[in-house]
Write a protein that binds this ligand. Structure first.
Ligand code: FAD
Length: 414
């Protein structure tokens, strides 16, 4: 089949890879000048297959007012008063309860475990250098009640195949000595040995290079913004661009935050909002963590990517504003430097911000759209796009090929 993949972020590229391996003739279209120039660039680098609890959880409602009053808190909200943002927020608040969070967590775990299997197979099969490390992950908690909640979550996830261990504060520091500086405030941590880390940008560039080789039938069209999807006879027949119309038998919409505008004229009302996060990349010069760390109280993640330390955090609900907010960057820098003062050269930092394409529940939308059977969605991976990319691509590839999905799809269908 001739398949057009719209979007050359991590979600589009992994889909192009599996579609090409499945024997399809693939063309990738993107408005940018190259691969992974948007959200898939300098993200947190965590392949976090067992740490998927959605942001929309039962405890969030009580915490939101405090976060919003704290200008340096992990969440910032500046309403743009658009109908889509208001509706998204209402749907988000409606999802903040235990039954929905549990259903979402189960669906994300199924997808994440499929993703881990797919990524490990890819790492063994292809030579892509992206600072991949089977680093494991340690989520540290600063108060007893947060640690208790994490223990309960760990127990419920054990039934889903998650292998995790609860550690005391002393055990956390014994496992990861660079935590010594914050040891006095630690209540404990959850260690997940099976988690990985990697540089998403290098992964995308390496995958693109691989797909350009003669083993794959994939063509890339950059600087090609898609302005409209053309339909006829109940099917999508073409992608209109400034360089003409690209035709195909099937289309995969993997445009991240760009999908909503393109889908809307086709009657598809996609509940995706951009959430802004920040990252810092620093050269490691001293005692930096080897294990990926999440500081649950500060909502900041740390990953060692080769010779660099990647720090990521914050969540700003500010519409499509992708600009830097220096105050947020300063907060992230202060938190990171306070936690790991000897880790890096803090004067040589590379700041970055990206907009996570997020659904209210945290569940992505995968597979054929209800209205257009040959338009397949691969969207809304939010804070877990790197983690979920290979699994999402596998689901879309199987469904596009007319085969059953490789996992139970409850909650994941487009
Ligand atoms: C600070 C930060 C930290 C993060 N940390 C992690 C992490 O540790 N682990 C993890 O798993 N995830 C993480 N994420 C989330 C992850 O980065 C995203 O979920 C993922 O990159 C989304 O990929 P995507 O391919 O859907 O979107 P994108 O990478 O944004 O790709 C979409 C592509 O579509 C193109 N496009 C859009 N509209 C059009 C159009 N009309 N025509 C043509 N092309 C178009 C864009 O140019 C872009 O190339 C983080 C995100 C941020 C911002």
């Amino acid at each position: 089949m001739r398949v057009i993949v719209l979007g050359a972020g991590v979600v589009g590229l992994t889909t192009a890879y599996l579609l090409a391996r499945d024997g399809h003739r693939v063309a990738v279209l993107d408005g940018a000048r190259g691969a992974a120039t948007q959200t898939s660039q300098a993200n947190g680098g965590q392949l976090s297959y067992n740490y998927v609890v959605p942001f929309a959880g039962p405890g969030v409602m009580q915490k939101v007012p405090g976060w919003l009053l704290d200008r340096d808190g992990p969440l910032r909200f500046r309403p743009d008063f658009t109908w889509s943002q208001m509706r998204w927020l209402l749907q988000f608040l409606r999802a903040c309860n235990a039954p929905i969070a549990a259903r979402t967590t189960h669906a994300l775990l199924r997808l994440a475990h499929l993703s881990r299997a797919g990524l490990h197979e890819l790492v063994e099969r292809e030579a892509i250098d992206f600072a991949f490390a089977r680093s494991g992950k340690l989520v540290v908690h600063s108060d007893g009640s947060s640690m208790e909640g994490a223990r309960r979550q760990m127990a419920s996830q054990a039934a889903m195949g998650s292998v995790q261990h609860a550690l005391t504060a002393a055990e956390c520091v014994a496992l990861e000595p660079s935590l010594a500086n914050i040891a006095p405030r630690l209540a404990g941590g959850i260690h997940t040995p099976g988690e990985d880390a990697g540089d998403c940008h290098l992964f995308c560039l390496g995958l693109e290079r691989l797909l350009r080789s003669s083993n794959f039938d994939v063509a890339f069209h950059y600087s090609t913004p898609v302005t409209q999807l053309l339909t006829a006879g109940g099917r999508v027949v073409g992608a209109a661009t400034s360089a003409g119309v690209h035709e195909a038998d099937a289309f995969v919409l993997a445009l991240g935050n760009g999908a909503r505008a393109l889908a809307s004229p086709l009657g598809l009302d996609l509940p995706i909002q951009p959430l802004k996060d920040y990252s810092l990349t620093l050269p490691i010069t001293g005692t930096a963590p080897s294990i990926s760390i999440t500081d649950a109280a500060a909502k900041v993640v740390y990953a060692r990517l080769g010779t660099d330390l990647r720090v990521a955090g914050m969540a700003d609900v500010v519409g499509n504003d992708a600009g830097f907010d220096n105050r947020r960057l300063d907060t992230l820098l202060r938190l990171a430097r306070g936690a790991f003062p000897d880790a890096a050269d803090w004067t040589v930092l590379r700041p970055w911000t990206g907009l996570r394409p997020s659904t209210p529940t945290g569940l992505p939308m995968l597979g054929p759209s209800a209205r257009w059977p040959n338009l397949h969605l691969n969207l809304g991976q939010g804070s877990l796009g790197f983690t979920l990319a290979m699994g999402s691509a596998a689901v879309v590839t199987e469904l596009l090929g007319g085969r059953p999905a490789p996992i139970e799809m409850d909650g994941l269908r487009a």
